[in-house]
Design a protein around this ligand. Structure first.
Ligand code: OVM
Length: 395
């Protein structure tokens, strides 16, 4: 076979600190490469990542979208019946999520999400010096998302260690996963309990999902699993996305000035941050048959790692891919995936991002980085643990 080997470990500290050179090297090595460290194939160019995402019959999710192959090893937690499935089960569960998270349902949240963003940014600007990750990127989703789900006010912070655990679990069983399991000890039973019908207030997304039981679309147990899927995927991702957007705007004051002049660009500024930083960096698929990819043939039963972040910086697809440009045409980025598993919550994510950035644009003249940003290391998510900033109030 002419598939080149790479010794890269895309799940170690050196990679997490600075993944871009390694991603470029992977793209240049070939359309498909072999990661010898883990015995998997990998794709880092936009065309091949998109091809894998769009062919679920050849590239299955049902054997897990992490490194672990469910056909060989027992999953540590019950698999998601949305993410880690193929049609027809996938379509039945996804349909319920898609209905509950429809663009119309999300549009109804614009007023409360805007008010929450404005209130939070007002409080933070009054303080001037903040850590934009815990106090903005984490605080905002934790303020609005559990409300939309219909969750109670207490213990919401458990959603963060839970998400951190699941997103680490898609990688190898390394020290990041071990620490995440430990850190989520209390959160895990709480998340399972919160997914039950009696825990979720009427009118929220959670109750909406459980209504699918009444018309026999889902069993009661499936409905709890579908709620849990939303709780898992819905917080850490938007935390990373909002953090990415603030980090981009702080490092590119000329882009921030454009946003201030035209707060209507907030949506594009968020989308470009999702492309540029790619909060969800990687997912795996498993080949269901011998399949052609990038001019090679992969055998059946092989894991294929998709580098979404590398695809979103592929110069074969993007002009000046490393520039953060809030008016760029971002269509075709794979930061939300593509195909049948494309992010079902993206309208919600985009609304959160837009509301936060528009509130900043109207109230903050300049976002000044005042200390060293610190990366968060996670086997799937790229983001920051800390971003010390001074928020200069608008005049
Ligand atoms: C799920 C799930 C978990 C993590 C991520 C995700 C990005 C989905 O449980 O369905 O999508």
């Amino acid at each position: 076979m002419a598939i080149p080997d790479s010794p890269l470990d895309p799940f170690d500290a050196a990679y997490f600190e600075d993944p871009l050179p390694a991603q470029e090297a992977l793209r240049e090595l070939g359309p498909v490469v072999r990661l010898t460290r883990y015995g998997v194939f990998a794709v880092a160019r936009h065309a091949e990542v998109k091809a894998v995402l769009e062919d679920w019959r050849s590239f299955s999710s049902a054997r897990g979208v992490g490194l672990q192959d469910f056909a060989r090893d027992q999953p540590a937690r019950p698999p998601s019946i949305v993410l880690e499935t193929d049609p027809p089960l996938h379509d039945r569960t996804r349909k319920v999520q898609a209905r509950v998270l429809s663009p119309a349902a999300i549009a109804a949240l614009r007023a409360p999400f805007t008010a929450a963003a404005e209130a939070l940014v007002d409080r933070l600007v009054a303080r001037r010096e903040i850590d934009a990750i815990p106090e903005l990127a984490e605080a905002y989703p934790l303020a609005v998302f559990p409300d939309a789900m219909g969750m109670p006010g207490e213990n919401r912070r458990h959603l963060l260690p839970w998400g951190n655990l699941v997103f680490n679990s898609f990688g190898p069983a390394n020290a990041y996963l071990a620490q995440a399991i430990e850190a989520a000890r209390e959160a895990t039973p709480w998340v399972f309990a919160q997914s039950r019908r009696e825990s979720l207030a009427p009118g929220g997304f959670g109750a909406g999902i459980h209504e699918a039981v009444d018309c026999d679309e889902l069993t009661a147990e499936e409905a709890a699993q579908v709620v849990r899927s939303v709780l898992t995927a819905g917080v850490d991702t938007t935390v990373s996305g909002i953090g990415a957007a603030v980090f981009c705007l702080a490092r590119h004051p000329e882009q921030y000035d454009r946003l201030r002049a035209q707060p209507g660009l907030a949506r594009g500024a968020f989308e470009e941050a999702v492309r540029h930083e790619s909060p969800v960096q990687t997912f795996f698929r498993t080949t269901t048959r011998a399949v052609a990819l990038g001019g090679e043939t992969l055998p059946e039963g092989e894991k294929v790692l998709m580098f979404l972040g590398a695809a979103n910086r592929d110069p074969r697809k993007w002009d000046r891919p490393d520039d953060y440009d809030i008016t760029r045409r971002t269509a075709g980025h794979v930061g939300f995936g593509n195909g049948i598993h494309a992010c079902v919550g993206m309208a919600l994510a985009r609304l959160e991002g837009e509301c936060v950035l528009a509130a900043l644009a109207r109230r903050v003249a300049r976002i000044e980085i005042t200390g060293p940003p610190r990366r968060r290391h996670n086997n799937t998510l790229r983001g920051l643990a800390s971003l010390p900033v001074r928020l200069h109030p608008a005049g």
